[in-house]
Design a protein around this ligand. Structure first.
Ligand code: ADP
Length: 369
């Protein structure tokens, strides 16, 4: 690795880092009406303030008195394009990764509202140039390697790409007959519990194009499986993780090594948690409710409430992301919604879930917001 042979020096962190304060920001992205919603004349019931504001209003009925208004760290309308989302939400997090934070970006929302469009979008590239429709992951890869090159930062970057369906993990970068993935705890590091996924492929990325290739490869695999099993695409989560080891310099020119991680998570459709089902354990166990999605909500709420017990262990997704949720980490939830009246119920429950994830007491702000 490029970083081998150098003296390891841990960076000293500010005293208040890792003090239990959560760093969760929550943004909303509302797409335009799709063809079906236009054809069905489904009214627009989600109102936002221009391309990016902070408020979203739901028109619940004929009387304005019944409208509901929510305040988020950022609310993007259909006028916000892929580059705006990247610049506002993702770029500041990428900088945090390079200072040694574990960061996670979730796309959460009803199926068909733009989670995959937001996370992956158009993954093609021509001579290293991305399409305007490129989503977060391709842009992260380009921006990361541009920064590493421009600033001549020695690095070792790896990625993994896994899918989680019915609490079973599948490696999207391994052959179909590859080993079954297993999660286990690693207690070898003092005071630091991490989970390890046994058998997981980790690919070394030397250029953004490499990373894009693995992303495309895994996405094709996900797509092929989804056409064979029709609820897989709406019920599965995918996690693309980029791990960066980088050699940085302190202000007085001393070298230190940082390791940061960025998890880019395209969650199962939020319709997989029925509101009535949220407390229904039996339905969850029968697979009627997505256990990982439900537990993720509980973990985030427990972090926001500063609970003594965070139920990481109750689902595979939260175990997988345990070292990236809570403590000295940053999380952003992008809640995607449809503007149409025909989806009002789901939009309401998406906004409620997202709103509960907001930290009211010690409201974190993304750097650029
Ligand atoms: P999900 O992953 O939430 O099920 P998709 O990302 O597959 O939804 O989006 C459904 C469709 O809507 C896709 O054809 C996608 O290209 C389109 N779409 C979603 N969001 C936007 C947006 N903001 N602008 C343009 N098209 C979008």
């Amino acid at each position: 690795a490029a970083t081998s042979g150098m003296k390891r020096k841990e960076r000293e962190f500010d005293a208040d880092e890792g003090s239990g304060a959560t760093n969760i920001s929550v943004v909303v992205r509302c797409r335009g009406r799709n063809q079906r919603e236009v054809r069905d004349n489904s009214a627009v019931v989600v109102q936002t303030e221009g391309a990016k504001g902070k408020l979203v209003e739901l028109i619940m009925g004929p009387s304005a008195l019944s409208n509901k208004t929510y305040n988020f760290d950022r609310v993007f309308s259909q006028a916000a394009d892929q580059s705006m989302i990247f610049d506002d939400v993702v770029k500041p997090m990428l900088d945090e990764v390079l200072t040694g934070f574990n960061c996670t970006i979730f796309a959460y929302g009803q199926t068909g509202t733009g989670k995959t469009y937001t996370m992956s979008g158009d993954m093609s590239s021509t001579f290293g140039m991305l399409s305007d429709e490129a989503g977060i992951i391709p842009r992260v890869l380009n921006a990361l390697f541009k920064k590493l090159d421009d600033e001549e930062i020695e690095n070792c970057v790896r990625c993994s790409f896994i899918e989680l369906y019915n609490e079973e993990l599948r490696d999207l970068l391994a052959p179909d007959d590859g080993p079954k993935l297993k999660i286990y705890d690693d207690n070898s590091r003092k005071n630091h519990l991490t989970t390890v996924v046994q058998g997981m492929e980790e690919r070394h990325i030397i250029t953004a194009t490499d990373g894009l290739k693995w992303l495309q490869e895994g996405s094709v695999k996900r797509q092929v499986a989804a056409t064979k099993c029709n609820d897989l695409s709406s019920r599965s989560h995918s996690v693309f993780t980029i791990t960066v080891h980088a050699k940085r310099k302190t202000e007085d020119g001393e070298d230190y090594l940082v390791t940061g991680k960025l998890n880019l998570v395209d969650l199962a459709g939020s319709e997989n948690i029925q509101r009535s089902g949220a407390e229904n354990k039996r339905a969850a166990e029968a697979g009627l409710i997505n256990k990982s999605l439900l537990t993720l909500g509980r973990v985030i709420n427990a972090l926001v409430d500063r609970s003594a017990h965070i139920p990481y262990r109750e689902s595979k997704l939260t175990r997988l992301l345990q070292d990236s949720l809570g403590g000295r980490t940053k999380t952003c939830i992008i809640a995607t919604v449809s503007p149409a009246k025909s989806n009002l119920e789901e939009t309401l429950s998406t906004l409620e879930y997202a709103f509960r994830a907001k930290d009211i007491r010690n409201k974190p702000q993304l750097n650029a917001l």
